[in-house]
Design a protein around this ligand. Structure first.
Ligand SMILES: Nc1ncnc2c1ncn2[C@@H]1O[C@H](COP(=O)(O)OP(=O)(O)OP(=O)(O)O)[C@@H](O)[C@H]1O
Length: 286
């Protein structure tokens, strides 16, 4: 099972002076179990691509195949695609509207007309998967929660639909550093525990490098780079050229290398950098 994009082109406002080619010749496959990061700066096509994954939009050219369903071929299957690919938009808290957290998370499964005991089970499981104590949170008003907690409630609402793929568009946008770290930790745990493939969209390599196992870098609607976080990280110069922030740890490693330190280029974390630097320092002291 997978999401396949085959030679995708997507054009906004075709036939007008505002015509924009948002995606051009994109082919990728997201396999079950993957934890994929899609990065690129503003306007590179990230949001457009994930909206195609979930059937919200149809490609101008090419095909999107979600678990063997070709999106758009049979309109009756569109709701199945939407349920299979759970999309969490940027700032999803604006879509919370019920008076309690439990009611909000139950909204999707209720629309599926599932039996009440199945709805209750899904609400509990989804809230626990995003790190809540169910009994403590269920009767809270979503409006009384912190920004990070609201995001987790919104994610639980999508998980309650039991998607095979969970697509998160800039999930930590606007949160403070502690809230971001906490939410990323929760997403990491979620990928491990829930049987769900995760696609995480971000404009920051630094944020997602420690989480995902594969990265696609979009630039002007095309796939510019693809690989493991380490492979992408080691190309700091190229990242800089396409306007993406180079991770601070990569900056430090590059600086030390330029001063003759023999350090690997594919370092992801401060801990790894520390180890490498200490190794080099010990060598020099001998
Ligand atoms: N509704 C729209 N109508 C016309 N052009 C659009 C529309 N939405 C996006 N675009 C254009 O399509 C291109 C890709 O936009 P998209 O929103 O997919 O990029 P993005 O990488 O998600 O950006 P961001 O990080 O700002 O969300 C951009 O040039 C953008 O201006």
């Amino acid at each position: 099972m997978s999401i396949k994009a085959e030679n995708i082109k997507y054009i906004y406002s075709e036939g007008t002076p505002f015509r924009t080619v948002a995606l051009d010749n994109i082919s990728i496959e997201v396999k079950e179990g993957d934890f994929l990061g899609i990065i690129g700066h503003t306007g590179s096509g990230k949001s457009t691509l994930i909206q195609l994954f979930n059937g919200l939009e149809k490609p101008t050219e090419g095909k999107i195949i979600v678990d063997e369903i070709t999106v758009g071929e049979d309109k009756k299957l569109l709701s199945k695609v939407r349920q299979t690919v759970g999309l969490v938009f940027q700032y999803p808290e604006y879509q919370l509207f019920e008076e309690t957290v439990a009611k909000d998370v139950a909204f999707g499964p209720m629309n599926l007309k599932l039996p009440q005991d199945e709805i209750d089970k899904r609400v509990r499981e989804s809230l626990e998967l995003v790190g809540f104590n169910f009994n403590k949170i269920k009767d809270a008003s979503p409006f009384d929660l912190s920004g990070g907690q609201k995001r987790r409630v919104a994610i639980a609402g999508v998980l309650a639909m039991k998607p095979n793929y969970l697509v998160l568009d800039e999930p930590t946008a606007g949160l403070d550093p502690a809230g971001r770290n906490d939410l990323f930790e929760k997403i990491k745990t979620l990928h491990k525990k829930a049987n769900v493939t995760v696609i995480l969209v971000s404009h920051s390599m630094e944020d997602i490098a420690k989480l995902v196992n594969r990265v696609i870098v979009l630039y002007k609607g095309k796939i510019h780079m693809e690989g493991t976080p380490k492979e992408i990280y080691s190309q700091a110069e190229e990242l800089r050229e396409i306007g993406l922030g180079v991770p601070q740890v990569a900056e430090i490693v590059n600086e030390l290398r330029s001063r003759g330190f023999n350090i690997r280029t594919d370092i992801l974390t401060v801990e790894e950098a520390k180890e490498e630097i200490l190794k080099e320092v010990r060598k020099r002291n001998v």
